[in-house]
Design a protein around this ligand. Sequence first.
Ligand SMILES: NC(=O)c1ccc[n+]([C@@H]2O[C@H](COP(=O)([O-])OP(=O)(O)OC[C@H]3O[C@@H](n4cnc5c(N)ncnc54)[C@H](OP(=O)(O)O)[C@@H]3O)[C@@H](O)[C@H]2O)c1
Length: 289
Amino acid sequence: MKKILVTGASGFVGRAFTARWQYEYKLLTPSHSELDITDAASVDAYMMAHTPDVVLHLAALSNTWHCEQHPDESFLVNVVGSENVARAAARYGAKFVFFSSDQVYNGNSEQGPLSEDVPVRPVNHYGRHKLEAEQRIAEISLSAVMLRATWMYDAPQPAAPHADFVNNMLNAVKEGNALTLPVREYRGITWVRDVVNNLPLAFSLQGGVYNFGSGNNVNTYETACCFYEMLYGGDASRIVTPDYERYAPACRNLSMDTDKIFRASGGGICFPSTIDGLRLFVEMVTVKG
Ligand SMILES: NC(=O)c1ccc[n+]([C@@H]2O[C@H](COP(=O)([O-])OP(=O)(O)OC[C@H]3O[C@@H](n4cnc5c(N)ncnc54)[C@H](OP(=O)(O)O)[C@@H]3O)[C@@H](O)[C@H]2O)c1
């Protein structure tokens, strides 16, 4: 049975991954206090003691707003911490799989799905730090797999509320507060189930950067209208209103092309479009309350 160290296992993606794969793999899931990734010596000692086959590195400061307010903390965890884990994984022969983010594209305004080789110019600390982590990891290990993930959602979990697209929409409906959403933004949004189902195939990819999540050719306002219609039918205008100013005069485009990972995995790793993913989610999960 493959041994996988999951950093950040108590987080949103970590919980979904461990719930899905706990019987197929031997999972090592140290808490933040058991393994602080900013402490290089502890990370090295942990890796030496446990010698995992794969390190799935999910530990991060993932809240972009928090990172914008606390750039030094973001740098320490998202860059230096990631570097510490990558270095220890390389030293003890573990395959390193890192979660980067589509926020590396948040300064891009080209139209259409973005491939991994498009020049990026992230405009916030979180995006810049994810990009810097990718670059430092690539220098440490040629076999490291770096996955640029989209914003992810799951069914609402009262014990661990998560600020994702689905929760934001359901809360808006519950509280009767309209969401104002940008017409000039294109971004993929992915069901975390699709992310964790695809992850084991990513463990055997060649090293490099890969886009990893649902694409979207529909803007964020329209995506919300479609989702509302799937859930409740009818007109979404009471709950979703268009914002024509945000990101004007250009568009913000984070929507990713996943052809590279599809081909590299022999067609194994694929994601539905954002709209198809939401449709499947609505068919399979009871969320209306
Ligand atoms: N969620 C998304 O929509 C999304 C989108 C794109 C990319 N990503 C990336 O995907 C990865 C997983 O995201 P997520 O949503 O699961 O994040 P999350 O819910 O915020 O969880 C982060 C995890 O990291 C741990 N952690 C934070 N600082 C640490 C440290 N110094 N040492 C050890 N552990 C530490 C946290 O533990 P404590 O809570 O105990 O501190 C928690 O378990 C991250 O790299 C994130 O940037 C997420």
